[in-house]
Ligand binder design. Structure first.
Ligand SMILES: Cc1cc2nc3c(=O)[nH]c(=O)nc-3n(C[C@H](O)[C@H](O)[C@H](O)COP(=O)(O)OP(=O)(O)OC[C@H]3O[C@@H](n4cnc5c(N)ncnc54)[C@H](O)[C@@H]3O)c2cc1C
Length: 407
């Protein structure tokens, strides 16, 4: 089994090459075969673009445009729907940030429970180490830890078995994914786990079924026994009311002021940001917040992938591992302010918020891409309402490069 960086080379050129290779296959073949998980290093029927989309080395417009050069929108419909599903989850969480805050609070409590309750610790360790005796589950646990990737169907089966057969808290499962996935994302991951658990779409759970696993794992896992035959929705509070998307103050460069550009894993490629706003930073840095994604340690391949990508996209950029390093970077470069791509709900936003509260912190101006400003507010309710807007989003953002919001 190839390791994570072997399977996902951390360069923008590799991302573009993967997109170019996959784009002609995004039509009928994808619609017919996308649910088949052929196993490690054989994920040939899906795009495996998610680690690159996660860092915004590619965005929805880049991917949609490349695909529509080969086929019409109807033929690509299934694939484009998946691509924009990610955007929908981002917008949904952006308008309900307390869902992330509650998940983090639950996780802190569970971190303590795992230390103090040996029964829970043993069941959790057995699952994370892939030693449950449920063959496909154990294989997916190993694949995830080794490669930083799982097929979507495997993620659904895995989460379902974690919650309904092993009866482990969904938050620990979501955390296990965030500790290993190269594409691990606060919105997509948290909300997908909630969806499997029957919290996101109230009362609608996802049950892993042995026949379905046998068929879609291409026969690799026939005769799976011991799975829960039922999936009772997990109890949870109702979703909070929507809040407006965070408003960003309009950024006006001050002549003579020393500005530092701060990149992070929610938008690692700032080239467009600079080009559109004609910004000339005195220095740039990449803020690594991977360790903040979990109270437990994070797989080294996550930081390795992001660091290498940061260097590839912005050669020579400094890498800052914590707030102390950020403070030092600001001081050493005598910065008057920082410009950063907008950090949506997640670990990086939490770190930037903590920096802003420090004495002597310089202002951090966030700039959001226009595509996000336009799409996220449309995630008002369920996905099917959002989906109706995909054609107009395609129309608007495929005409040119996706410009950042000038705010
Ligand atoms: C429990 C669970 C946890 C998940 N956690 C994450 C996560 O942390 N980060 C993440 O990017 N995806 C997550 N997903 C969604 C999905 O599994 C991955 O995006 C997909 O498997 C990535 O592989 P791909 O690029 O080959 O996908 P493709 O099928 O080629 O799809 C193309 C792109 O569309 C988007 N996409 C595809 N499926 C979904 C989906 N179901 N929901 C939202 N977006 C989708 C991704 O950006 C993906 O790269 C999760 C799904 C489940 C069930």
């Amino acid at each position: 089994m190839e390791n994570a960086l072997g399977q996902f080379p951390p360069t923008a050129a590799a991302a573009r090459a993967r997109l170019a290779d996959f784009a002609p296959k995004a039509g009928e073949s994808y619609a017919r075969n996308r649910n088949f998980d052929f196993g490690p290093v054989r994920h040939t029927r899906v795009s495996t673009l998610s680690p690159y989309l996660r860092l915004k080395v590619l965005d929805e417009a880049d991917v949609s445009r490349a695909v529509l050069e080969h086929m019409d929108g109807d033929t690509a419909e299934k694939f484009l729907t998946e691509v924009w599903w990610r955007t929908y989850w981002k917008g949904w969480l952006e308008q309900r940030p307390t869902v992330w805050a509650h998940y983090r609070t639950d996780l802190t409590q569970l971190h303590n429970d795992v230390q103090t309750q040996s029964g829970l610790r043993n069941r959790w360790e057995t699952a994370c180490l892939g030693k449950t005796g449920i063959a496909p589950f154990d294989a997916w646990a190993h694949e995830l830890v080794r490669t930083g990737y799982l097929h979507n169907h495997a993620r659904m089966w895995f989460a379902s078995i974690w919650i309904f057969t092993l009866e482990l808290p969904w938050q620990l499962g979501a955390n296990f994914f965030l500790r290993h996935l190269l594409d691990g994302d606060a919105a997509v991951n948290t909300l997908s786990w909630r969806w499997v658990a029957g919290i996101q779409t109230r009362g609608k759970t996802y049950l892993a079924d042995p026949d379905n696993i046998a068929e879609y794992s291409d026969g690799r896992f026939a005769d799976v026994h011991g799975l829960s035959p039922t999936a009772v929705p997990v109890a949870a509070p109702d979703a909070p009311d929507r809040q407006p998307i965070m408003a960003l103050a309009r950024y006006r460069p001050t002549p003579g002021a020393r500005m530092g550009l701060l990149l992070h894993s929610d938008d690692i490629s700032a080239g467009r940001l600079l080009a559109h706003l004609d910004l000339t930073p005195v220095t740039s840095a990449y803020l690594d917040t991977a360790a903040r994604q979990s109270p437990w340690c994070i797989a080294p391949h996550i930081a390795d992938f992001r660091d290498a990508m940061a260097q590839d996209v912005n050669p020579g950029t400094d890498i800052l591992r914590d707030i102390q390093a950020l403070v030092h970077w600001v001081r050493e470069n005598r910065l008057d302010h920082i410009v950063a791509p907008h950090a949506p709900v997640g670990a990086t936003r939490d770190v930037i918020a903590r920096y802003r509260q420090r004495d002597g912190a310089v202002p951090v101006h966030e700039i959001r891409r226009d595509i996000d400003s336009a799409a996220w507010p449309l995630a008002t309710a369920g996905f099917f309402r959002f989906r109706k807007h995909i054609p107009e989003l395609l129309d608007r953002f495929m005409r040119g490069t996706a410009a950042p919001d000038p705010s």
